[in-house]
Design a protein around this ligand. Structure first.
Ligand SMILES: NC(=O)c1ccc[n+]([C@@H]2O[C@H](COP(=O)([O-])OP(=O)(O)OC[C@H]3O[C@@H](n4cnc5c(N)ncnc54)[C@H](OP(=O)(O)O)[C@@H]3O)[C@@H](O)[C@H]2O)c1
Length: 311
């Protein structure tokens, strides 16, 4: 499938193919007949190649060897409190390492798609559209914002930044909030959530579907890709609990100020999607439909052995 005769966008390189969004990007690309190479850092799923983005020259070399048309970068150091404790690693993994590969992509004439977050905002007046001014509160948010700016400046029309938020759904590693919730509530334990943090739940398979569609249309700049609802974390948790027939009474909301999280959080966050709505209306399913599809995928024989069971 890969070859000189393929049209633009038919060879992809996914840094973080073992992750939540990266896994769905790999499936989405395969379903479209795109030849995609995916990488892992510490979780070696079959078919992926090893890549440590911190090994700058080796990582760039690996990327160049595959001569992609499009590079997706759903990777980085995403533990927000860990970033606050280790700013050097946060800036390295979320800014310098992706920028190194963004430059390698640009030098090949390939497009580069970077994944960012609503943590680039302060959460005073969310939800935010693409043109809202950023003001990150945390090291994670600052590193992401700096990466957004650097990619826009250095890649111009070859760069696309996708901001997303609260990504959930079936995945290979089983790490996201929905998995944690199902594991906790199924064992009869209480789940404490920040009741005052508001954002946009986003269904992982739909995020990947939308982003590949945007990439194949050669879109550049900044585009928000999130689900249509803006809600608080307790409401989100209760919706997941109900979908999995678990007791929502075990979910307890607490103010962020009492949780002792290491990094400050934007409270009234979330993203508006004017660009996505005009380009691909309805591509992100509402929460209830996403939860129904989540259940269906957990029981889909074609995904058995790929999607991790919830418990
Ligand atoms: N999940 C969310 O709610 C959310 C919200 C907003 C923005 N985002 C952004 O979306 C992107 C993807 O998120 P996700 O939830 O899919 O993350 P994830 O599941 O944690 O996956 C991260 C991926 O990055 C890889 N990786 C980690 N360190 C690496 C390194 N040093 N070199 C190369 N690869 C490395 C991981 O590989 P191994 O697993 O093999 O180690 C994994 O494949 C991130 O940039 C994140 O900031 C996510």
């Amino acid at each position: 499938m890969a070859g000189a005769s393929q049209p633009d966008g038919r060879r992809a390189f996914v840094v973080g193919g073992s992750g939540q969004i990266g896994g769905w990007l790999m499936r989405e690309l395969a379903a479209r007949g795109v030849s995609a190479v995916g990488t892992y850092a510490s979780t070696p799923f079959q078919g992926l190649v090893a890549l440590q983005a911190a090994q700058l020259e080796a990582a760039a070399c690996e990327l160049r060897a595959h001569r992609p048309d499009v590079v997706y970068y759903p990777a980085g150091f995403t533990w927000v409190d860990g970033c606050e404790r280790d700013p050097e690693r946060a800036y390295s993994a979320n800014l310098h390492e992706p920028l190194n590969l963004a430059r390698a992509a640009r030098d090949l004439g390939a497009r580069f798609i970077y994944f960012s977050t609503d943590y680039v905002f302060d959460g005073i007046r969310g939800p935010y559209a693409e043109d809202a001014p950023t003001n990150p509160l945390s090291v994670y948010g600052k590193a992401k914002r700096d990466a957004e700016l650097a990619i826009a400046e250095e890649l111009g029309p070859l760069g696309l930044v996708v901001r997303t938020s609260w990504v959930f759904g079936p995945e290979r590693q089983g790490k996201n909030f929905a998995y944690q919730l199902v594991r906790t509530l199924s064992s009869g334990q209480e789940l404490v959530c920040p009741g005052d943090q508001i954002s946009s739940p986003s269904y992982g398979p739909d995020v990947a579907h939308a982003v590949v569609e945007l990439a194949e249309r050669n879109l550049a700049g900044l585009i928000h890709v999130v689900g249509p609802e803006v809600m608080d974390r307790v409401g989100f948790a209760q919706a997941i609990a109900q979908a999995f027939a678990l007791d929502p009474g075990l979910i307890r909301g607490k103010p962020t100020a009492e949780l002792g999280q290491g990094a400050p959080r934007p409270l009234n966050g979330g993203l508006l999607t004017p660009r996505l709505d005009s380009l691909l209306p309805g591509i992100m399913r509402p929460l209830q439909a996403s939860l129904a599809d989540f259940q269906a995928k957990l029981h889909d024989p074609q995904l058995a052995g790929w999607v991790k069971p919830v418990n």
